[in-house]
Design a protein. Structure first.
Length: 508
């Protein structure tokens, strides 16, 4: 688990590493540059560029670029485009001095973005490395940079960014995503991903991303942004099934949904719950939901939702409400009933969320409640948002105001807890961008809650298994052919991949 840091907090953490290890900031810069260089080597061998151009800024990101120039000069001719400035960081100047010994093998061009005539002399190359600003940017770039970035991209050469593509804010709470931003084909993220990298607005500029470890030291300062969860954090949350158990020990989930036209959603939810070990699933839905459910998921039980009234079996250990339910009056009554059952963990999704948005409860939930909205559902619950970062803020506030867990679904999913914490999980895939994926996720989380897992563990584990199973299927079939209905068939492999550390290249 990595704490997500603002740019200022990252600088303090870097200083903490220096103090703990008794090294200088220059030595830490050298370490970062060398590790980036080692990560670049396999890609360089495949690319075999004729010439590498490195765009270097006046700060420490530029210092990283100068150190990289020295290492890379053993593999290809290097051109350094150095930002002309009256003020360079001390470590940048030290790296600049070290570079002089390798000239003329490394050619250097002084560059001023406001001098557009200099762009006519922009050298062509087979690879661009962006070490212009990184985490150090404190405001949007001016329009003069657009000319430079357009000229670089017009060469159709790969662009590899160090830390962050230039122009992208490290902290989008400080200033929003505003072009010009230099679009990278690959981003080498030092130590941990920047906060801005966790939202959809950054995705078009990042390319593929690779984390470069810097130190095992944990930040000494608390951050309010949350935590980035990794495979090891998932592994330790997977429950171990004991030898002498039976279905009664493994929980009894009641899944309510499957109204007219939404019958398949109830099947997806029920099958997913069983695939993570729920002992029994009783599905409640419209009569028309029985046939598709029992033909695809015969181990589940089914009752027509009006046949038992507003009363759940005493042995129930969790409730999932909403997948394909519709907005009939019966569903509204079940939602009101679910809100009163504080003794029972409840997962509310889909139509349950839409009905909840209409009623707008003014008192917090009692007991354990999990909401699983996609961005549009979150907007209906908490009001429209102008950006993904604002939506993230509203999800956190909703979790604390309503005393519930909010699972804000996206490629990177955020789990927000009632105590104000937030956890980012990068286990998603574009293959899940199709109907039914959310119904399966609801079943996974509810199935884990039925087994009496703590709510945070159930949310985190459900999201991770959902994404990992999809990635395993995607690796076999391709992105377009992933089917939410078949995710349960990959759930055992997904669990095993975490336990045996076999699929960490597929996950965060």
């Amino acid at each position: 688990m990595k704490t997500i840091l603002t740019a200022r907090e990252q600088r303090l953490h870097d200083a903490g590493i220096q103090q703990a290890e008794g090294i200088s900031s220059l030595s830490l810069m050298e370490r970062a540059a060398f590790r980036i260089y080692k990560a670049m080597l396999p890609k360089l061998r495949r690319l075999a560029p004729l010439r590498i151009s490195i765009l270097v800024g006046p700060g420490n990101n530029g210092g990283d670029g100068l150190a990289l120039a020295r290492y890379l000069s053993a593999h290809a001719p290097i051109q350094v485009l150095r930002w002309h400035s009256s003020s360079y960081s001390p470590d940048h100047l030290q790296q600049w001095s070290a570079l002089q010994a390798l000239r003329p093998r490394i050619s250097v061009f002084d560059y001023r973005p406001e001098a557009e005539h200099e762009l006519k002399e922009l050298p062509s190359c087979g690879l661009w490395i962006d070490a212009l600003f990184g985490h150090g940017l404190t405001r949007p770039l001016g329009p003069e940079y657009k000319t430079l970035f357009d000229r670089i991209l017009s060469q159709n050469a790969p662009v590899w960014a160090i830390d962050l593509p230039s122009g992208l804010p490290a902290d989008p709470l400080l200033f929003p995503y505003t072009e010009p931003i230099l679009k990278a084909s690959h981003t080498f993220s030092i130590d941990r991903p920047a906060f801005s990298m966790l939202f959809p607005e950054a995705a078009p500029f990042l390319g593929t991303c690779q984390q470069i470890p810097l130190s095992d030291l944990k930040p000494g300062t608390a951050s309010n942004l949350g935590c980035w969860l990794e495979s090891e954090d998932i592994r330790k949350r997977i429950p171990q099934r004991q030898s002498f158990v039976h279905k009664g020990n493994q929980g009894w989930l009641l899944a309510l949904g499957g109204g007219s036209g939404g019958e398949g959603a109830l099947t997806l939810c029920s099958a997913a719950a069983l695939s993570v070990g729920a002992g029994k699933v009783l599905a409640l839905g419209a009569t028309s939901a029985a046939a598709p459910l029992l033909s695809r998921c015969p181990e589940a039980q089914f009752l027509e939702w009006s046949s038992i009234g507003l009363e759940l079996p005493a042995k129930a250990t969790a409730l999932a409400l909403g997948p394909g339910a519709g907005r009939a009056e019966a569903v509204r009554r079940w939602l009101d009933y679910a809100r009163q059952r504080s003794d029972l963990p409840r997962v509310l999704d889909a139509d349950a969320l839409n009905l909840l948005a209409e009623s707008r409860p003014e008192i917090p939930f009692e007991g354990t409640v999990v909401l699983t909205p996609h961005p549009a559902e979150l907007d209906r619950l908490a009001g429209d948002s102008s950006s993904s970062v604002q939506r993230w803020e509203k999800a956190r506030k909703l979790a604390t105001d309503w005393n519930c867990y909010v699972v804000l679904k996206n490629h990177i999913t955020w789990v927000c807890s009632p105590d104000g914490r937030a956890f980012a999980l990068d286990f998603g895939t574009p293959a899940l961008a199709k109907g039914g994926s959310g119904d399966a996720l609801t079943g996974l989380i509810a199935g884990l809650l039925a087994q009496r897992l703590p709510a945070l563990d159930a949310c985190v584990l459900g999201v991770a298994l959902h994404g990992r199973a999809a990635r395993l299927m995607e690796a076999e079939r391709g992105t377009e052919a992933v089917s939410p209905a078949e995710l349960p068939q990959y759930m055992g492999l997904a669990i095993r991949s975490f336990v045996q550390r076999m699929g960490d290249d597929l996950g965060a």
